[in-house]
Design a protein around this ligand. Structure first.
Ligand code: FNR
Length: 187
């Protein structure tokens, strides 16, 4: 059995540390898990008026998410909260009312910052939204990655072995969390 997991990254910048964490996760090749990045930077800002003529990128996002078994959010912190681009993706996926792509999907959060506090604020503000979106979210271990500039080599590869080991054990816990919480696919 292999779980298909959507990686949703809360940073758009090319050299993003969070993107590099996503890459490291894909490259860890954890058995039983397959990760794919989901683009959120092209989703127009949520505006209920657009539901009359849904933007193509919204529709694609809403169509593709249900094919994933689980979601792993990897996010920086902006002003002690979730970057707007990630909050926007949550909002787009949550509508139309009653057709949320998030409902019931197992989730986990990794927050990563260049700073020293592990993007704790973003991690926990995101948890608040996931409660309402009804996503069973891995509680332990928590993943707060700090001083991100020290974790990668010049090619963007995760060079810090303790972080790599931590991510590996985190993903193994996440895998059993998915197994426990996944909803039977309705035929
Ligand atoms: C930041 N940064 C930041 N860092 C942090 O630890 N707590 C914070 O509240 C903030 N606030 C914040 C606001 C804005 C608008 C920006 C642009 C940046 C710094 C942030 O952690 C740093 O830029 C990271 O490198 C961003 O993650 P990526 O893009 O490298 O993945």
């Amino acid at each position: 059995k292999s779980f298909k997991v959507a990686l949703v990254v809360g940073s758009l910048r090319k050299e993003s540390f969070n993107k590099k964490i996503a890459r490291a996760i894909r490259e860890l090749n954890v058995e039983g898990m397959h990760f794919e990045n989901i683009e959120i930077g092209d989703l127009p800002l949520y505006n209920e008026d657009l539901e009359k003529d849904v933007p193509q990128s919204w529709q694609y996002f809403r169509d593709v998410l249900p094919s994933y078994d689980a979601v792993l959010f990897i996010t920086p912190e902006y002003n002690r909260s979730v970057p707007a681009v990630l909050k926007n993706a949550l909002d787009v996926g949550s509508r139309p009312y009653g057709k949320s792509v998030w409902a019931g999907k197992p989730a986990a959060i990794i927050s990563c910052t260049a700073g020293g506090l592990g993007a704790f604020g973003a991690n926990h503000h995101l948890r608040q939204s996931l409660v309402f979106l009804d996503m069973p979210t891995l509680q332990q271990p928590e993943a707060y990655l700090s001083h991100a500039a020290n974790l990668f080599d010049e090619s963007g590869t995760l060079k810090d072995t303790s972080t790599r080991d931590f991510l590996n054990s985190f993903l193994i816990k996440f895998e059993s969390w998915i197994e426990k919480n996944i909803e039977e696919k309705k035929v």
